[in-house]
Design a protein around this ligand. Sequence first.
Ligand SMILES: Cc1cc2nc3c(=O)[nH]c(=O)nc-3n(C[C@H](O)[C@H](O)[C@H](O)COP(=O)(O)OP(=O)(O)OC[C@H]3O[C@@H](n4cnc5c(N)ncnc54)[C@H](O)[C@@H]3O)c2cc1C
Length: 231
Amino acid sequence: VLPVGCAVSVGREIAVLNHGYVALTEVMGGDRTPARTARTSFRNRVERTEEEDAKLTRYLVSHRHTTPLEFCQVRFYMKMPIFVARQLVRHRTASINEISLRYVQASEEFYVPDVERCQRQSESNKQGSSSALVEDPGIVRLLIENAGRMAFEHYGDLLKRGLSKELARMVLPLGTYTEWYWQADLHNFLHMLRLRLDPHAQYEIRVYAEAMLELARPHFPTVIAAWEQNQ
Ligand SMILES: Cc1cc2nc3c(=O)[nH]c(=O)nc-3n(C[C@H](O)[C@H](O)[C@H](O)COP(=O)(O)OP(=O)(O)OC[C@H]3O[C@@H](n4cnc5c(N)ncnc54)[C@H](O)[C@@H]3O)c2cc1C
C-alpha cells in the first residue's frame, strides 16, 4: 500500500518479492525529449516528425551522446529488503528519501526467499549462488523465518522497555523491508539498470531493476528499445 500523499500520477505498481513493490510515481519529459534537446546544438526550433525524432534518438543512444537523456527524470516509490536498498544506494547519482526507523516503528515484514531460491553458495563466483539448491530448502526457509520472527519479538520487547526506536532497530535483520523515493535522470537510470539487470547482479536486486524497467518502458519506448539494442 502506497503511503498517504504519494500520488501515483503515472503507470502502475509491480509487486516484487514477498512484501515489496515498485511504483512509478512521476516522469519528467518523454520519449521525444532527448531528440528535441539534442537539436539545440543547431539552434533548431522547427518541429520534426515522430520518425525523425526516433531516428535521432537511436543515433544519440548508439553513439553514447548521453546528456540529452539527462533531461528526462523518473521517480519511483519502492519497498524492498534493506540488503537490496544497500546495493541500490551505491548508485550515487540518484536522489533518495527513505523512511526512518528513528521516527516510525518497523512493520513486521521481512524477506523469506522461495524454496527455489534457496540456492547453494557458488564455487566459481565468490559473490553468487549456484544453480543447485541446498539439501533441505524447506528447513532453510524455516530457519530464516524463525530468525526474523525472533528478531522482531526482541525488537518489540526493547520498545516496550522504553528503549528508543533509533537503538531498538539494531536487532532487526537485513531482510527487513524499507521504503523510499528513488529518483534519477534517464541516463543514470539506464546506467543503473545495465549493472543491476546483469546476470552477475543478485537475483533480489535484479527483480527490482526488471520492474523499474517495465514501468518506465511505456514512457520512453524508443529510448529503451535503442538502449536494449546497444547492450
Ligand atoms: C554485480 C555487482 C557487484 C558489486 N559488488 C560490490 C562489492 O562487493 N562491494 C562494493 O563496495 N560495491 C560493489 N558493487 C557496487 C559498484 O562498485 C558500484 O558502486 C555500483 O555499481 C555503482 O556504480 P557506478 O559508480 O557506476 O554508479 P553511480 O554511483 O550511479 O555513478 C554513475 C557514474 O557517475 C560517475 N561517478 C559517480 N561518482 C563518482 C565519483 N565520486 N568520482 C568519479 N566518477 C563518479 C562514474 O562515471 C559512474 O559510473 C557491485 C556492483 C555490481 C553491479
